[in-house]
Design a protein around this ligand. Structure first.
Ligand SMILES: Nc1nc2c(c(=O)[nH]1)N[C@H]1C(S)=C(S)[C@@H](COP(=O)(O)OP(=O)(O)OC[C@H]3O[C@@H](n4cnc5c(=O)[nH]c(N)nc54)[C@H](O)[C@@H]3O)O[C@H]1N2
Ligand SMILES: Nc1nc2c(c(=O)[nH]1)N[C@H]1C(S)=C(S)[C@@H](COP(=O)(O)OP(=O)(O)OC[C@H]3O[C@@H](n4cnc5c(=O)[nH]c(N)nc54)[C@H](O)[C@@H]3O)O[C@H]1N2
Ligand SMILES: [Mo]
Length: 836
């Protein structure tokens, strides 16, 4: 058994473990360390009540599934069921630690309401059926539409939560088999801007940074990234640096008083939607004080002169007016960033889902390029991911891009992919960029997409402007296939529901933001007739009888490991080179960072060392886009701009958001996350400790707003935008005045407190706008005009956590904490002995 080695782990040498309530203390015990030292090990374990580690039958290797950090863990199996988790001490990512969602979230797998049989719609009702009936319906409809209209009738909308093998197979079927260009993932809502920003600056996806940069950095800047709540273990690493010798300085850019903001040396709380102005202000200061590495720029970058010119007008005073941030704070942040010797920056949804997403994220890259802060320990950029496997969606073509970071506008790349797939190049659609999901919804709305296959995502809660999305997905003329593990809000609208196996019940690989690849092994059988997503996709290809140009089956693999071998072949010679990995190599030890090949058999810690970028015109993934219009650059334009493959400095002018406050809607609404829930809560609402920590929706308002509206803590209020309204209890916090925040986790059906969509809506996306960033096509979930009304007194304090950004201004007397079942063992004396 591959898992025997790890069963010996967790030897405490007679030292008792610490037990912590990790609902009350999400980041656990501090293990301080100094710059350049190794981050100490701390092994976190949470088992089902009454079970001790000795009782566990087997430990099965995987990594976390409820966020992007890639924390390695072993699943405890007892009597054929998942009975807990334990962090893997040996892994480079987490050194044994786990976050609350990992510690408690596994319980959802065994929820009694898992889907166990396929469902089909009969006389308006979903009824249980067998696999043959369900799949035959999907295949028959596919064939009818292919004959009637061709591949443009068919769309696939997948996720960032399956495995690499599954996306690669789906991409092959959709692009290579059916020939549709309508393929996207919910990564469009998530990290499309990370990819877009990397493509603009370095002409290719792939993170310059490594998590170990935290061990070396003297300044860490977090842009629109509440890392403390969304990558809790990564934040723990920063907290441990902050508790040690020579701690780094922290710069935080976020309109809310997040835990990150509370630890910041300087916290800039800009008006939502003004990130580009702020970034231009920082760049202005860096250039004005010559905090610029001119040698690095002249050797490794193009575009500096334009940037210099562009940011000239963005003085701290001018920026202060746009962003409503004191000019002195902008100067101070620039002094800190400009003085850094080892600068690490992270970027996430406060930039990606806000006005001018790509332009803003690109300016973070620009800071690193002009300061020469790339490719060395502590000098890194993490254009973050959110979902556990978002990186794979992008690498494998699940987001519509060509797999292996091939460039759809480079004929040679298309030919090369056709060689790998043994089909003709013209069979691979590449006449235009892939259709992004908001455009797919438009095509469904106007009736040109007639079959939509949704896997591993819940768009009826997560897409903007839900009333519109519901009316699109409910249409009779649409044949909607939903592949999920629960009867989600979206599944309820489907014509066919396919029950999937999930993490812990199937095998595959996944890659986190710092390019670390983990193997996730099957620990237990899926419930009922549920099947791995991979098996469902392969079954579809077989039933459609998809073939290559020699008449052999198009999909040549039949299980996860053979699919991985197929994927490896596709990556050979590309930036995300997996050819040096194997399931065997990924077993037992730590995850491995790509590129991993003959030249780098143990993987690659840092890319872009010595200013060597993947931006050569013949090799690069993308020729870039116009940041304002989003129009793809012509190959000739790119070749003229960047003939010798350097980094590209792209300047951008600040443009105000499309929807700004008015008399009728005087506030700004932003939406996002809380530490204890994952997305639409299909898993975290079914883990009692997590659900109880944040049981219902709330809205965060500032003391100024509360006073103006006569609102007290816990009062029932209504938030309204031009799209709809949501009722929630008010939590008064230190959020920026004029801004209100709603968590987007609370849908309407599936989970506790859910009900039919009606006027008392509770899903944040009832309120959000149908609008997206021109370059990345990522929807704008974080800038809308809104108003707030008090409806009456509530039943007490708001149901919002007190440990997080939603901490109340005044004590509510109800601190967030767990019960006895929330106890987690922390072992700071664990060794990595016995592990490979
Ligand atoms: N607990 C938890 N963790 C998760 C997830 C989860 O659902 N729950 N989901 C995972 C996924 S898929 C993702 S994508 C990540 C997301 O992780 P984050 O991006 O960290 O989370 P968000 O809460 O969406 O947004 C971050 C911050 O953006 C700020 N913000 C809003 N508007 C603006 C603006 O205009 N400018 C600036 N500078 N900031 C702004 C908000 O105040 C918020 O604190 O989290 C991952 N991890
Ligand atoms: N207002 C607002 N909206 C947002 C955001 C925001 O910040 N604000 N953030 C956006 C972001 S970053 C993201 S990532 C999205 C997330 O939005 P969604 O992807 O819609 O959210 P999830 O709840 O993660 O949905 C995943 C679905 O897959 C199912 N599932 C889980 N595991 C498996 C599996 O192995 N196989 C299959 N087939 N199904 C599985 C789950 O039950 C669930 O129904 O939301 C976006 N929407
Ligand atoms: Mo995301």
């Amino acid at each position: 058994m591959p898992t025997q080695a790890s069963a010996r782990r967790g030897n405490t040498g007679g030292v008792p473990m610490t037990s912590k309530d990790r609902i009350a203390e999400p980041w656990g015990t501090r293990t301080p360390y100094a710059a350049g030292q190794d981050w100490p090990v701390r092994v976190d374990t949470h088992l089902a009540e009454g079970l001790s580690p000795e009782d566990v039958d087997r430990w099965v290797q995987t990594a976390s599934i409820l966020h992007s950090n890639g924390d390695a863990l072993d699943i405890a199996v007892k009597d054929g069921r998942i009975a807990g988790v334990r962090g893997r001490a040996v892994d480079r990512v987490n050194h044994g630690r786990l976050g609350p969602k990992d510690l408690y979230g596994w319980q959802a797998n065994a929820s009694p309401d898992r889907l166990t049989k396929p469902l089909v719609r009969e006389n308006g009702q979903l009824v249980e059926t067998d696999w043959d009936t369900a799949m035959d319906r999907v295949v028959a409809r596919t064939q009818e539409l292919m004959a009637e209209q061709g591949p443009s009738a068919i769309g696939f909308y997948t996720t960032g939560q399956l495995f690499a093998e599954e996306y690669y197979t789906l991409g092959l079927i959709a692009h290579g088999g059916l020939g549709t260009n309508h393929v996207d993932g919910n990564t469009r809502l998530c990290t499309a801007t990370a990819a877009a920003a990397l493509k603009e600056s370095f002409a290719c996806d792939g993170q310059p940074g490594s998590y170990t940069d935290i061990d070396h950095a003297d300044v860490i800047a977090l842009y629109g990234h509440n890392m403390a709540e969304t990558q809790t273990v990564l934040w723990t690493r920063i907290l441990d640096r902050l508790a040690g010798q020579d701690p780094p300085q922290i710069v935080c850019v976020d309109p809310r008083p997040t835990p990150v903001a509370r630890h910041a040396t300087v916290h800039l709380a800009p008006r939502p939607g003004t990130n580009v102005a702020l970034m231009n202000g920082l760049l202005h200061e860096l250039i004005a004080h010559d905090r610029v590495d001119h040698d690095y720029i002249s050797a490794h970058a193009v575009g500096y002169a334009e940037l210099e010119k562009r940011v000239q007008e963005y003085t701290p005073e001018a920026v202060s007016t746009i962003c409503d941030v004191p000019a002195e704070q902008i100067r101070e942040a620039a002094r800190i960033i400009g003085g850094a010797q080892r600068l690490l920056s992270t970027v996430l949804q406060g930039f990606y889902q806000s006005n001018q997403a790509t332009a803003a994220a690109v300016q973070v890259n620009n800071i690193h390029i002009v300061r020469g802060m790339l490719g060395a320990p502590g000098r890194g950029i993490l254009q973050m991911n959110g979902q556990p496997t978002a990186q794979n969606t992008r690498e494998c073509g699940g987001d519509g891009d060509l797999p292996g970071f091939r460039n759809w506008s480079n004929e040679e790349h298309v030919k090369d992919l056709a060689r790998v797939w043994n089909i003709e190049p013209f069979q691979i659609p590449h006449y235009s960029p892939p259709t992004h999901v908001m455009q797919m919804m438009r095509y469904v709305e106007d009736g040109s997409i007639r079959l939509l296959w949704v896997s591993g995502t819940n768009p009826a809660v997560s897409l903007p402007e839900l009333a519109r999305i519901r009316s699109i997905l409910e249409q009779d003329r649409l044949f909607l296939v939903v592949q999920d593990i629960f009867l989600s809000e979206t599944a309820r609208l489907a014509d066919v529901v396919l029950p999937a196996a999930t993490w812990g019940e199937k095998t595959g690989t996944f890659t986190n933001v710092d390019r670390t690849v983990h193997l996730s092994e099957k620990a237990v059988d899926p419930p009922g007739e549920a099947k791995p997503d991979l098996d469902i996709f392969i079954d579809y290809a077989r039933r459609l009888d998809l073939r290559d140009k020699d008449g052999n089956p198009l999909v040549t693999w039949d299980d996860a490991e053979s699919a991985f071998e197929g994927w490896k072949e596709c990556t050979a010679g590309r930036p995300c080179d997996y050819t040096g990995m194997s399931y065997e190599k990924l077993r037992g030890g730590s995850g491995i960072q790509w590129p991993c090949n003959e030249e780098h058999p143990d993987g690659t810690e840092r890319i872009y060392v010595d200013g060597a970028f993947w931006s050569d015109p013949a090799y690069c993934e993308s020729y870039g886009r116009d940041l304002v219009t989003g129009a793809p650059l012509e190959p000739a334009e790119y070749k003229a701009l960047n003939p010798s493959g350097k980094a590209v400095i792209k300047a951008a002018e600040y443009l105000p958001p499309h929807e700004v406050p008015s008399e009728q809607f005087p506030l700004q609404l932003i939406t996002g996350r809380t530490l204890y829930h994952f997305h639409t809560r299909t898993k975290t609402a079914r883990a009692p400790q997590l659900q109880e920590a944040a049981p219902e929706v709330w809205v965060e308002v500032s003391p100024a707003e509360a006073a103006a509206q006569g609102v007290s803590e816990g009062d029932l209020v209504r938030v309204t935008t031009p799209r709809g309204s949501v009722q929630a209890q008010a939590r008064i916090t230190g959020i920026r005045p004029g801004v209100v925040f709603l968590p987007f986790h609370f849908g309407y059906w599936d989970t506790p407190g859910g009900h039919e969509p009606d006027a008392t809506g509770r899903a944040a996306n009832e309120l959000t706008i149908t609008d997206w960033d021109a370059a990345s096509k990522q929807p704008i979930f974080k800038t809308a005009a809104a108003r707030l009304e008090r409806l009456g007194a509530g039943p007490g304090a708001a149901p919002a956590p007190t440990t997080t950004a939603s901490a109340p201004e005044t004590d509510t007397g109800r601190p967030t904490r767990g019960d006895a079942t929330a106890a987690v063992d922390e072992n700071v004396h664990a060794t990595t002995e016995g592990e490979r």
